[in-house]
Design a protein around this ligand. Structure first.
Ligand SMILES: [Zn+2]
Length: 97
């Protein structure tokens, strides 16, 4: 079976369907549902551990890779998303909440 190189496929953490997972482990309809019911922040932003994100980002940044290809390589929707995730992960690792 060949992998289509479209959007990220995965298993939704909420309904367990294998589909396109645009954010936080969740499929589009679950993402809308948790946004509507206010439980969105209970779901992880991304499946990668904070330390891994920081390590990956710092390795790529040290090679002079811009944010856009980093986002693409790490599976984030946009450069802004990966930059925010990186900053939040750094903050969390520094023990600031
Ligand atoms: Zn779902």
């Amino acid at each position: 079976m060949s992998q289509p190189s479209q959007r990220k496929q995965g298993t939704c953490a909420r309904c367990r369907k294998t589909t396109t997972i645009p954010a936080r482990y969740l499929c589009t309809s679950c993402y809308k549902a948790v946004t509507a019911d206010g439980s969105r922040d209970d779901w992880p932003r991304y499946k990668r551990a904070a330390a891994d994100v920081v390590a990956d980002v710092e390795r790529l940044r040290s090679q002079g890779v811009p944010w856009a290809p980093i986002a693409e390589r790490l599976g984030y929707a946009s450069p802004k998303t990966v930059a925010n995730t990186y900053r939040q992960a750094k903050r969390r690792m520094a023990g600031v909440s």
